[in-house]
Design a protein around this ligand. Structure first.
Ligand SMILES: Nc1ncnc2c1ncn2[C@@H]1O[C@H](COP(=O)(O)OP(=O)(O)OP(=O)(O)O)[C@@H](O)[C@H]1O
Length: 456
């Protein structure tokens, strides 16, 4: 539930948006002009302001300016008639999140609202992330398969040096666990371990997240902020999903690695880089270079030493160990005795292909422990895809019924079904679901938000 202010000089529009947004579960306030809006803005605590660009004699731009001055993290969406598109673009430059052209469809507005709120949550989440980075979890790199034994040896060998490391492997294989192990074995235990998922931060924010910004560098930069390179100090900076970095940021990262210096956005002074950089990717970065999406020089810089995490299906001998480990961990977390697996449940777990790798396994075990009240975990506590139920296929997807159909609604239903199946198959691991559907992570997230799936 979000707190939203609707500003419009037309009563009918205010009422319409008020009803629509309340139905979605939001708390809504309305104002008919700029002074009413500013009074509400001054009270604070708004997640989103939706304002018409024309407010009788007032301008929505003034509302936008006031919001960005008083509460820069509140998102603003402009509503505008086609004739004033120019002004809408100006509004974006002043920090509006997006604009909607009148007349708009309900779905369109709903989506922009969802995206704006998601954006706000991501920014907030990232701030939280920064504050909690200093407490690394002590997750040991478990496994007795030859592949993992080799990875452990390599980690110990490379940890003491400052060389950049590239960890590759499918989503959920333990790339972050490896990065943390490098951090701990490299004598940086007392220093921060800072992780950032480059694919989960909106494009416009990544540069300032990584390198920081000076006050006034862009709209919304009301104070000077250190970037994650600085926050990491002489600890470790873990760049997850490095393949998702937009090209301009790739250039800046290359410079940071080559010269070991960075410059804040809007800054005039270089700052030294002391942190060790560990990057990770679940994409084939070589292929991304071939396709022109990733800089070749940066690839070679990152790829000095590569650690490959094999998928769980290629090291099945580790599955029993992980099952034991996570059963113990989740039972302890829930204050319960260590449960056993029924023979059927064990067979299903050992036979599963684990496309979402260790993360999927951990999720499945957590779910099973939560759903089981006794001390034996049975097949019924496992998700349907592990119980051998075939995935539901959208029936007769391309047959046109006699009476015709609502094409968009029909296509949406198919899209929704496929998204749900992909998430189910990967145990909720979104990066892996995106790969199954040949989508980028961003695009998948957008679609999930559109259909309200997966808690987005
Ligand atoms: N070898 C391991 N030992 C202990 N735990 C592991 C191991 N591998 C993975 N895990 C656990 O599995 C989960 C996923 O691991 P992690 O986040 O490191 O994967 P990842 O490859 O970085 O995934 P993504 O690419 O999606 O970021 C975590 O809960 C982690 O603790």
């Amino acid at each position: 539930m979000a707190s939203i202010l609707v500003v419009d000089d037309e009563l009918s529009m205010r009422e319409f948006l008020d009803i629509l947004l309340r139905k979605e579960g939001h708390e809504v306030a309305t104002a008919a002009d700029a002074s009413g809006a500013l009074a509400r803005v001054a009270q604070g605590d708004l997640d989103l302001v939706i304002t018409d660009l024309r407010l009788g004699r007032d301008s929505g731009i003034d509302v936008l300016r006031a919001v960005k001055e008083q509460a820069p993290s509140t998102e603003v969406v402009m509503v505008t008639a086609f004739a004033t598109t120019e002004n809408a673009i100006q509004a974006m430059k002043l920090g509006a999140y997006d604009y909607v052209l009148k007349p708009f469809k309900v779905e369109e507005l709903r989506l922009v609202v969802a995206k704006a709120l998601e954006h706000r949550a991501l920014v907030a989440e990232n701030r939280v992330l920064r504050r909690t980075v200093r407490a690394p979890r002590e997750d040991a790199l478990l496994g007795r398969s030859p592949a993992i034994v080799e990875v452990r040896e390599l980690v110990e060998k490379v940890a003491p040096a400052r060389t950049t490391i590239l960890v590759t492997g499918e989503s959920g294989t333990g790339k972050e666990v490896v990065a943390r192990a490098i951090h701990l074995h490299g004598g940086r235990r007392e220093q921060p371990f800072v992780a950032i998922n480059c694919g989960a931060i909106p494009e416009g924010l990544i540069e300032s997240e990584l390198f920081g910004h000076e006050r006034g560098a862009f709209t919304g930069a009301t104070e000077t902020r250190a970037g994650l390179f600085e926050v990491a100090g002489s600890g470790t900076l873990f760049l997850d999903e490095v393949g998702e970095l937009p090209p301009p940021v790739q250039v800046k990262l290359l410079r940071a690695l080559q010269e070991r210096r960075i410059r804040r956005v809007g800054g005039s002074r270089d700052l030294p880089v002391a942190a060790r950089i560990v990057a990770a990717t679940n994409r084939e970065l070589g292929a991304e270079v071939q396709a022109g999406r990733f800089r070749e020089d940066l690839f070679y810089r990152l790829n000095v030493i590569q650690i490959r995490m094999p998928p769980l299906r290629d090291r099945r001998e580790d599955v029993p160990l992980f099952l034991e480990h996570f059963l113990g961990r989740f039972a302890a977390e829930q204050g319960r005795p260590h449960p056993r697996l029924s023979p059927e449940a064990e067979r299903a777990l050992l036979g599963h292909a684990w496309p979402g790798n260790v993360r999927e396994l951990a999720n499945v075990v957590e779910r099973a422990v939560t759903l089981t009240t006794g001390d034996v975990i049975d097949l019924s506590a496992l998700p349907p895809n592990l119980r051998g139920r075939p995935a539901a296929a959208p029936a007769e997807a391309s047959a046109l019924p006699e009476v015709g159909l609502d094409l968009q609604g029909h296509l949406d239903a198919i899209e929704r079904a496929l998204l749900e199946q992909a998430l189910e198959r990967t145990g909720g691991v979104k990066t892996e679901a995106a790969r199954l559907l040949s989508l980028t992570f961003r695009s998948l997230r957008y679609r999930l938000a559109k259909y309200g799936i997966g808690g987005e």
